[in-house]
Design a protein around this ligand. Structure first.
Ligand code: DHB
Ligand code: MG
Length: 226
């Protein structure tokens, strides 16, 4: 029997990335800049970034919202999915991360499409609503997991029927299924699942992934009524 292990998951990610994902040089440059700046390498993988890109294109997204930019790697994947007059607002707590993300986004030639707002997302989101910047066509949630349910509530507030919502890191090495977990991140993810379960406006699923970033997964949801 074949032994499935992390090295094999990585090898398949490398194969898929080299054959069909084809990340543009600005994405590789962003990862190098993030590493040089000492940012943790907790970005989505290249195949996952391309998945988010493709989902945004499938949704025909023009206006997108990202909660959690880190160094802007997924930001670039997502912004590249939007039309020339599209707009992506991305929220980042850490000003140092946001600076690195700004420089990465500029190197990718996406400055005109991407606005990076620094500060706590739960402070930025009410302002985005007050400024009338919604509704968004596509929302990617990838920030602190403890606030996942609150972020999903905001995604809904800033949505329209048909809005697609994607949430990263919802499987967490399988720990999501452990109702007794004391890990605050797992508890945060489970609260988000419970919110989806009682929210009649959402139709959702979650998909487990393995790859260069280990065993994790995405939740996918659409706002009903389109
Ligand atoms: C962590 C956060 C992420 O968004 C991710 O994709 C992986 C890890 C973290 O906080 O450790
Ligand atoms: Mg993540």
């Amino acid at each position: 029997m074949m032994v499935v292990n992390r090295n094999l998951w990585k090898a398949v990610d490398a194969y898929v990335t080299g054959t069909i994902v084809m990340p543009e040089p600005a994405l590789e440059a962003a990862l190098a800049a993030n590493s040089a700046a000492g940012l943790p390498s907790i970005d989505v993988s290249a195949p996952q970034g391309k998945l988010i890109h493709l989902l945004a294109r499938m949704a025909g997204a023009r206006k997108a919202l990202e909660i959690g930019a880190l160094g802007g790697y997924s930001t670039i994947w997502l912004a590249r999915a939007l039309p020339d007059d599209g707009r992506l607002i991305t929220l980042e707590l850490n000003p140092r991360n946001a600076e690195v993300a700004r420089s990465n986004v500029a190197r990718a030639g996406l400055e005109s499409k991407v606005e990076i707002r620094t500060g706590a997302a739960l402070a930025s989101l009410p302002r985005i609503e007050a400024e009338g910047l919604g509704p968004f066509d596509f929302v990617f949630i990838d920030a602190d997991k403890t606030s996942n349910a609150a972020y999903l509530e905001w995604a809904l507030r800033l949505s329209r029927p048909g809005t697609a919502i994607v949430v990263d890191n919802v499987v967490r090495d399988g720990e999501v299924a452990d109702a007794a977990s004391r890990d605050p991140d797992v508890i945060g993810v489970r609260r988000m699942f419970e919110l989806i379960a009682r929210e009649p406006r959402l139709s959702a699923t979650a998909i487990q992934t393995v790859g260069a970033k280990g065993w994790d997964g995405f939740a996918l949801a659409i706002v009903k009524g389109a």
